[in-house]
Each structure stands twice: as structure tokens, then as C-alpha cells.
Design a protein around this ligand. Sequence first.
Ligand SMILES: Cc1cc2nc3c(=O)[nH]c(=O)nc-3n(C[C@H](O)[C@H](O)[C@H](O)COP(=O)(O)OP(=O)(O)OC[C@H]3O[C@@H](n4cnc5c(N)ncnc54)[C@H](O)[C@@H]3O)c2cc1C
Length: 306
Amino acid sequence: MLTCDEYLTPTSLDEAFAAMAAHRGRHRLIAGGTDILPWAREGRAGDVDVPVLIDITRISELTERKVAAGRVRVGAATPIQRFLDDKAIATAMPCMPRCAIWFADDQIREQATIGGNLANASPAADGVPPLLAHAAGVELASKRDGRLMRRLLPLNKFILGSGKTALADDEIMIAIECDALPGYGGSFEKVGHRRSLVISVVCLAGLVKLDASRRRFEDVRLALGGVCPVPQRLTEVENFLRGAAIDSGRLERAAAMPLDFVQSRTRREYRREVVHGFVMRGLINALRRAGADADVLKPELEAAYA
Ligand SMILES: Cc1cc2nc3c(=O)[nH]c(=O)nc-3n(C[C@H](O)[C@H](O)[C@H](O)COP(=O)(O)OP(=O)(O)OC[C@H]3O[C@@H](n4cnc5c(N)ncnc54)[C@H](O)[C@@H]3O)c2cc1C
């Protein structure tokens, strides 16, 4: 069980940093609590007493969302559900609604935040691959010598390993910023040990933009999670497909490329098979949603990976 002596609910960054300074070394930040609470349970971390919990979800800047000038900015305390029901965000981030629909259940999606998902840095965190595909960065803030300091780190420099991030003790994650990609087809493929409330064994985010002929890739972005300590962009596969004509042989060759990424010690062969199938399915689904010409995306190919 998680216990605390004080549960603070600051409504501004100033108040939050003042609370952090006053309780340095004795506090922990909490957002939705959907990672912290199960962690502080018998069998995992056991009983945990944190003297001061600082709930950052009432700070308005942490729940703001904006799409402007080709960029998306989403507050770190944005619940996962908003990626499904905020139309502007869903349009600008075509694989996020598909990620959100597979994320836990209705109750957890309202509670769990995107910032908590990134800060927890689980290899299986579903939010990471789509954000990597969107070339996301995280904005971190601290108050040092009375001055508010902000820094923007690319997501792949923020997550350093399983459960490890570049977040300093005196920092709060404020927002996530990424490319707005309206017009791309998006996909999110996920498999776990059971269908509902599943933690990913493998997940893949895909984004595809077609050229004017609708028969050729203009841009491709793919990211894989669950099979290595830190989710990865599949840049080699992306480069192999970018600018190429869409044909099943090229898709199959692309799907065979990332198999060496699978570092998991358990069920390695199974995961490699899943990765192959997910790259195919992720690309096919993203191509269909991007509006690929029916001649190049044959029904039998779609059926084989449905
Ligand atoms: C039943 C269930 C199902 C789940 N299903 C999924 C799933 O399908 N996919 C998936 O990826 N995860 C899943 N999870 C895990 C969890 O819901 C997510 O990782 C969630 O996004 C965590 O967000 P949170 O706001 O609840 O984090 P919290 O538990 O509040 O915090 C997690 C960590 O992040 C830190 N933190 C939070 N916000 C900030 C911030 N702004 N700045 C700095 N540090 C911060 C906290 O200090 C803590 O260390 C599930 C959990 C449960 C209980």
C-alpha cells in the first residue's frame, strides 16, 4: 500500500516548485497514480511510505493542448482519453487514437496521463512508440536560484533505459511537443498476454504519407516497443521505404529488417514473428488509412495480415 503524511495539490508551477523545495528528498510527484499505486503494493515494491505526495494534475499548464504551425503541444498531465476525444489532437497525431483505444480501459484512460507513461519509462509503455514516430520532445522545468528554467529534450534522450529517465529530482515534465502530421495514415498494433487491460509484449506505431500518385511512399515513420529496453524508431526500414513504390515484395523485405531489435530473453522467437507480422500489418493499415491506390494494396495482402 502507498501511504503519505501529506498530499499536496498545487494549482500553479510556482506552488509546485515551492512544495518540492520545501520537501526536498521527501516528496514524489503523482499524476494519475495508475503506475505508482500498483507499484506500491505487496509483491512489487511492497508497502511504501512517501512523506509528501505532490499531485501535479491541477496545474493548468500541464493539461493545455494546442495544434499550431505544424506542431502539437500536449500538457504532460493530459489523460490518455483526450487522444481519443480531442478531434484536433487526433487529426494531428494519426496513430495516437489507435494507441489510446488499446490502452487499459475507460476508467484508467481518464486517469492515466501521457507524462506519467513517459516518466515511468517502461519498455512496454504504449505512449512511447507513437511519440517517437512523431519525433516528440519533452519539456522539463525546474526552479533554480528563483528562476524558472525550461529545457526541451528529444524523447529518445529523455528515456535512458528501462525505468530510467533524464528527469532531475527538482524537475517537472511540463509538456510533450511533436510534429503535427495531418493527412498521414496511422496505425498502432499491440499484443499482450490477454486481450483486455493488457501490458504490451510487442507494440508498433506506424505513420505513412503517400505521394500524389497514391502508389508510392513519401514518408514512413515506424517505432517499436516491448522488445528492447527502450522503444526504438526503425530508421533503416523507414529509409528503405521512403520514396519507394508500394509493392508486397518490398513490404515483406521491410518487415524482415527489424528482427534483430528483439532483445527480450523470453519468448524471443515468438516476439520476432510478432514483429514481422506487426510491421506488415502496421504498414498495410497505415497505407489504407492514408488512401493508397486499390491497385497497389491488394485485398489478398490485406486479408493475409488482418
Ligand atoms: C489496470 C491498468 C492497465 C494499464 N494499461 C496500460 C496500457 O494498456 N498501456 C500502458 O502503456 N500502460 C498501462 N498502464 C500503466 C499506466 O496506466 C500508464 O503508464 C500511465 O500512463 C501512467 O500515468 P499516471 O499519470 O497514472 O502516472 P503516475 O502513476 O501518477 O506516475 C508515474 C511516474 O511518473 C512520474 N510523473 C508523473 N507525471 C509526471 C510529470 N508531469 N513530471 C515528472 N514526473 C511525473 C511519477 O512521479 C511516477 O514516478 C496500466 C495501468 C493499470 C493500473
